[in-house]
Design a protein around this ligand. Structure first.
Ligand SMILES: *Cc1c(COP(=O)(O)O)cnc(C)c1O
Length: 395
């Protein structure tokens, strides 16, 4: 049995906040599954088509395109792979620069490195945690080919302003919507902004198939190219299966194997149907947290910018300083409550060799954000336990 949480705070085991020491852990994030996903997987296994580009993948793509309100969706093995394919499809490569939101999981910057281009990190807004449109123009050079903005933690970036900046600079705009399935901005869905959007289906995102991703776009040529390059640069076996004679593909350009397996697509299809329910539950949890922590002196709760529907992939409190942040995360973990930092300041990651980039807001968020448990299966009792623990540790 773990030590009494009270003892760790010098309270001699008095559970003043009503928490028994042997309560089950509360996950920071988790996917929400039931028998429907299990049945979908069983049916897929029985069907014999388990590889990529199967019937579940096609149905998933159709469902995603419809939901997002775009003409094309391409299922891929991850958001990172999808971002890579988009950059390949746009012909971006060595010598080119791509402007990237600094405060993000480094998959965004990595995708730029995959094609041999240079990520140029631009700071984020202290209120949305998404790239600050007013700071982009100064980062544009003759080498700039695209801007990748991130819908951070499930909240859309400032897409109208971003499109204007991208148009003024004459460069492409890419939406990293990894965390934002179901989010919206001025009545448009995440994934519909810029020239192309990419979602993640990783286990920590709002809907999940374990690993996975989806590219969404109205650009038919880009979608076709990305699809082909996601499978070694050739047409799919399924497409060929319907053809006459014995068509044998030729390999003309370097492709990858970035297909989403049909087993994963089967899971993701069910998740898309549940998406609105998940978002509603996450919003209810976020509202309870924000209500409970609104008056916590020195701490800030995250806000929803005007015209947005937030999906709360993560809920982050902003601590007064790094020491307080660390103490809260460590204190919560000691009580079996999942907690972590927010996300990364990309420019200080050694791989990018960009430590001199001017991104003070991102750096500050990296040092002071603390993520609290956020997923669609959180019960009222669990939320109450998290709130009590936060109030106790920060008091
Ligand atoms: C998780 C995440 C990714 C990477 O998604 P994968 O599907 O794991 O490749 C990319 N960008 C952002 C903003 C993310 O949060």
């Amino acid at each position: 049995m773990p030590a009494a949480p009270g003892a760790r705070h010098g309270r001699s085991g008095a559970y003043s906040w009503g928490i028994a020491p042997d309560l089950p852990p509360i996950a920071l994030g988790k996917p929400s599954y039931d028998d429907r996903e299990a049945t979908a997987v069983a049916e897929c296994l029985a069907s014999g088509w388990v590889a990529g580009w199967g019937p579940n993948g096609s149905a998933l793509e159709e469902g995603f395109a419809k939901r997002v309100g775009v003409d094309h969706a391409v299922a891929v093995s991850s958001c990172t792979a999808g971002l890579h394919l988009c950059l390949v499809a746009m012909g971006i490569g060595a010598g080119d620069e791509v402007i990237v939101a600094d405060y993000t999981f480094p998959a965004t910057g990595h995708a730029v490195l995959y094609v041999g281009a240079t990520p140029v990190f631009v700071d984020v807004s202290p209120t949305t945690f998404c790239i600050d449109p007013s700071r982009i123009a100064a980062a544009v050079t003759d080498q700039t080919k695209a801007i990748i903005a991130v819908d951070q933690f499930g909240q859309c970036a400032d897409w109208d302003e971003l499109q204007q900046v991208a148009d003024d600079a004459g460069v492409d705009l890419i939406e990293d919507a990894a965390c934002a399935a179901g989010a919206s901005y001025r009545d448009r869905e995440a994934g519909s902004f810029g020239r192309v959007g990419v979602f993640s289906l990783h286990g920590r995102k709002g809907i999940s198939s374990g690993e996975g991703g989806v590219i969404t776009t109205n650009d038919a040529a880009l979608a076709d190219y990305a699809r082909k390059v996601s499978s070694f640069g050739i047409e799919s076996a399924r497409t060929r299966a319907g053809a006459e004679g014995l068509p044998i593909p030729t390999f003309e350009s370097l492709g990858y194997n970035y297909k989403l397996s049909d087993i994963q697509a089967a899971v993701a299809r069910v998740q898309v149907e549940k998406l609105d329910g998940f978002i509603a539950r996450r919003n209810a949890v976020a509202a309870r947290y924000t209500d409970a922590f609104a008056d916590l002196s020195g701490w800030s709760t995250p806000s929803i910018a005007p015209g947005r529907n937030h999906t709360w992939q993560a809920y982050t409190l902003l601590a007064p300083d790094r020491t307080a942040r660390d103490a809260l995360a460590i204190g919560l973990r000691a009580q079996g409550i999942g907690s972590n930092f927010g996300t990364y300041a990309s420019h200080i990651q050694p791989i990018y060799d960009a430590a001199d980039a001017d991104c003070p807001v991102s750096l500050d968020l990296f040092e002071r954000h603390v993520a609290l448990p956020m997923h669609a299966d959180l019960t009222e009792q669990e939320v109450a336990r998290v709130i009590s623990a936060v109030l106790e540790i920060t008091s």
